[in-house]
Write a protein that binds this ligand. Structure first.
Ligand SMILES: [Zn+2]
Ligand SMILES: [Zn+2]
Length: 259
């Protein structure tokens, strides 16, 4: 049983459902003592680009107001933390940090969904056989880790590189990511949402490698629906997956000062 989950979304990202209250009630019912919201961060895109998978800058006030109100209302029943899941997009990073400095933000987790950024570049979860994409994904994720603002790496194995027959290259590159996270003292996430929706992550090959390199691990529900706030034993097959890949985890997370 886990008591803390730091990876929870809200409908502001346009691909999650259920009110904040529903997520909180579900977490209490499942025995969680800490619930961290980490919706997809808004980026200050240029040239009128509008993302369909994240809140807009105009939603920031309401995100914090709503969660601060609920934190107060539920303070005797559960601890509510306010965070974001953010990529590291170098061209807009300083600007984003400047905006976030105005809010009572508890933490950031690094979820590198795109390489370069969402308007230009590629989606890391798209199937690819291109070694350069793997290398670019690892490079930018390491840069993100080294900013020191992220408390953990969400689905580090998001990159959907077809490694069959090229396991050595995959291990060499992803090994760099594991070492960087270890050097910065931050854990790698085993993602429930990817597991339940049968995505390419969490990837056994990756976690066996990370285990052998001495990485530390954390479980993240990545709840896009309230029912996904589940205990690991409720996610069919997950405990076997953890065992098979020598994943020993801890939900005790040291929160980094985010901005
Ligand atoms: Zn999402
Ligand atoms: Zn994500």
């Amino acid at each position: 049983m886990i008591l803390k989950n730091y990876h929870t979304h809200t409908p502001r990202c346009h691909h999650a459902v259920g009110s904040e209250r529903m997520y909180i009630e579900a977490a209490i019912a499942k025995g969680f003592q800490t619930l961290g919201f980490s919706d997809h961060v808004p980026w200050p895109f240029k040239d009128g680009f509008v993302s369909k998978i994240r809140m807009g800058m105009e939603d920031l006030d309401d995100y914090f107001d709503t969660l601060l109100r609920l934190r107060e209302e539920y303070k005797d029943r559960i601890e509510i933390l306010i965070g974001f899941e953010a990529e590291y997009f170098p061209s807009m990073f300083e600007e984003l940090m400047g905006v976030l400095r105005n809010y009572p933000l508890d933490y950031l987790i690094l979820g590198q969904h795109n390489v370069r950024d969402e308007a230009e570049g590629f989606y890391a979860g798209a199937p690819t056989e291109d070694p350069q994409r793997l290398i670019d994904y690892v490079d930018v994720t390491i840069e993100g880790i080294r900013t020191g603002v992220f408390s953990y790496v969400a689905h580090p194995d998001l990159i959907r590189f077809d490694y069959r027959g090229r396991e050595e290259l995959y291990r060499q590159e992803m090994g760099r990511l594991c070492v960087a996270a270890k050097e910065c003292g931050i854990p790698l996430e085993v993602n429930f949402y990817g597991y339940t929706t049968k995505r390419n992550y969490p990837c056994g090959e990756f976690f066996r490698l990370a285990s052998s390199l001495g990485s530390s691990f954390i479980l993240g529900c990545d709840a896009h629906q309230p029912w996904l706030l589940a205990q690991p034993e409720e996610v069919s097959g997950l405990e076997e997956f953890l065992k098979r890949n020598q994943i020993s985890y801890s939900q005790e997370l040291e929160l980094r000062k985010p901005v």
